[in-house]
Write a protein that binds this ligand. Structure first.
Ligand code: ADP
Ligand code: MG
Length: 446
């Protein structure tokens, strides 16, 4: 059988063990890498594809089974084998419950270790096959979610999403329309332990007021006029997965109160039914409204607001993080390209893009790039490929002056980004420090 080469990571703080396992396990089918502690191991599994990890139960920088938990959560396809000592039976059992596939005792029986590793790898291959079968029968594909951007704001959002993903708590995502709320919701779901289940999405603006409760909770036959049959609601479909309620500001207030109960007790009732049902759902919410003001105005349930606002992620408008534009433009040029043409954007067109204030945020940017690709000639995007109003707004006040002001704004943003460090700013801008000083003088910055 022709087998592909696979990678094993050995995590142990004792150098002699790392060396021994490296020597013994490496063969023509296997590559063996090593890490000395939990931090190093996490960094490695993020940057390298491993099928099997062999890790010591006791590591200097992580407590108990933390590393195992983190790896199972963030990279569920990896099979984990624990290295245990004599008195570790209880904790080894605990490790198996948390998803370790096997354990091996010190001192090692090397033949047995070889067998365990082989078995683990077989299981990886099998579950990969199963996953592919599932996809081909219509299960939601686990696409990679890309949240592009290098601004401080986007990096902070990545950090928060990564942190909150494994927790069960609800998250409120706020931001203008087109800013990326859906992307952040999908990002959180994809990094959560529920990622294997399809996320259920509902836009509350599309719920009919009278039927909102029934759509969410379901109803029993005869509970209201027109309820000819009993029906399950969204909550039951989202059981054991994530429910993303978009435009939560549009959910009728009475239903907000019932949903608060679900968040607090994990139980709900179908319309017309006494019996309580239990559900296990991770809730994500999004809105482009200012909910605190809605509460003030009496249009949003205050207790519900405080509950969902406990962990919130705010996505700033694109106009407030224009340093993300070059990356986003590149990204869309690549992923929207119908063939493998490398589109190029001329400087003046880029200046228009940087100068525009993007009321429709990234959705608008995406549309603009999509359109410009169609209008491009020989893969080159000029101002003529951009919507007229964008070019006109950039032209207002004379092109030279506008370009200068774009440059000035860009320098200011990069300076800010690097905390005022001029060398780093110059490096990012691709100019010398001297040139940067000259420009700072010219633009009367400081
Ligand atoms: N940071 C980002 N990186 C890549 N694509 C993004 C990003 N933010 C938004 N998009 C894309 O822009 C469009 C609008 O984003 P979406 O999440 O639907 O916005 P919202 O839900 O806030 O209205 C989508 O096509 C989405 O894929
Ligand atoms: Mg949206």
């Amino acid at each position: 059988m022709d087998r592909e080469k696979y990678s094993i990571l050995v995590v142990d703080d004792e150098e002699s063990i790392r060396r021994l396992l490296h020597k013994e396990l490496r063969n023509k089918n296997r590559e063996v890498l090593t890490a000395a502690d939990g931090a190093e191991a996490m960094a490695m599994v993020r940057s390298h594809w491993f099928d099997v990890i062999i890790m010591d139960l006791w590591l200097p920088d992580v407590s108990d089974l933390d590393l195992l938990i983190r790896i199972r959560e963030s990279i569920p396809h990896i099979e984990v084998i624990m290295i245990t000592g004599h008195g570790d039976v209880d904790i080894a059992v605990e490790a198996m419950k948390l998803g370790a596939c096997d354990f091996i005792r010190k001192p090692f029986n090397l033949d047995r270790l070889d067998l365990i590793v082989e078995k683990a790898h077989q299981r990886v291959l099998l579950s990969r096959e199963n996953a592919m079968l599932r996809h081909s029968t219509g299960h939601e594909r686990r696409q990679q979610v890309r949240l592009i951007g290098n601004s401080q704001a986007i990096r902070e959002i990545h950090f928060l999403a990564e942190k909150v993903a494994p927790a069960r708590i609800p998250v409120l995502i706020t931001g203008e329309s087109g800013a990326g709320k859906d992307v952040v919701a999908r990002l959180i779901h994809s990094r959560s332990p529920l990622a294997g289940h399809p996320m259920v999405v509902k836009n509350c603006a599309t719920l009919q007021k009278e039927l909102a409760r029934s759509e969410l909770f379901g109803h029993v036959k005869g509970s209201f006029t027109g309820a000819n049959e009993s029906r399950e609601g969204l909550l039951s479909f989202a059981h054991d997965s994530t429910l993303f309620l978009d435009e939560i500001g549009d959910l009728p207030m009475e239903v907000q109160a019932s949903l608060l109960r679900v968040l607090e007790t994990g139980t709900y009732r179908r319309v017309g039914e006494k019996e309580e049902r239990k559900v296990n759902i991770r809730f994500l919410f999004a809105t482009n409204r200012h909910l605190a003001e809605e509460v003030e105005a009496g249009r949003f349930n205050e207790a519900f607001f405080h509950r969902i606002n406990a962990f919130s992620i705010k996505i700033p408008a694109l106009r407030d993080r224009k340093e993300d534009l070059p990356l986003l433009v590149d990204y869309f040029l690549t992923c929207l390209s119908p063939d493998s043409t490398q589109y190029r954007i001329v400087e003046r067109a880029m200046a228009c893009i940087l100068n525009y204030n993007w009321p429709g945020n990234i959705r608008e940017l995406r549309n603009v790039i999509e359109r410009s690709i169609i209008l491009a000639e020989n893969g080159i995007i000029t101002e003529r490929c951009l919507p007229r109003e964008m070019v006109e707004s950039a032209d207002a006040g004379g092109t030279d002056l506008t370009l200068a002001s774009v440059e000035k704004q860009h320098i200011l943003r990069m300076l800010d980004f690097h905390g005022g460090n001029r060398q780093k700013t110059a490096d990012t801008l691709g100019i010398s420090r001297k040139t940067l000083y000259r420009k700072l003088l010219e633009y009367a910055i400081e």
